[in-house]
Design a binder for this molecule. Sequence first.
Ligand code: FES
Length: 133
Amino acid sequence: MNEIVELLKKSGYSDKAIKYYVDKVNVGDIKDCDTRFAYTGPCGDTMKIFLRIKDDLINDAKFQAIGCAGAFASGSALTEMINGKSLEQALKYNEMDIMNYLGEIPEQKIHCAILAVRTLEKTIKQYRGIQQT
Ligand code: FES
């Protein structure tokens, strides 16, 4: 694991981003979730977000991913950021908010943060009964 940590540091990941990746923060599923959706981004990586929602507030958020360290760090950050927020507030977060929250991830990894944002949008649309592909 130390070699991976060193590699991530050299690649430009902040200590916070590496910790999220290593600790797998919010990675998992929610058996009795209110909505879930899996989305595959243009890079071919897939994220699935699970939400528990009560009175329009997100009170639990987890995710799974088949993807890179950037996808995992972004998924951890976003699920943490939206916990306790209303659906409208959660939809306001964008990829730059994730990048700022993580401190630093390589600039070319911005599409990994976009994968997390898009997956969340689709998961909330699913909850609202909006058809999508
Ligand atoms: Fe696809 Fe990071 S390379 S999400």
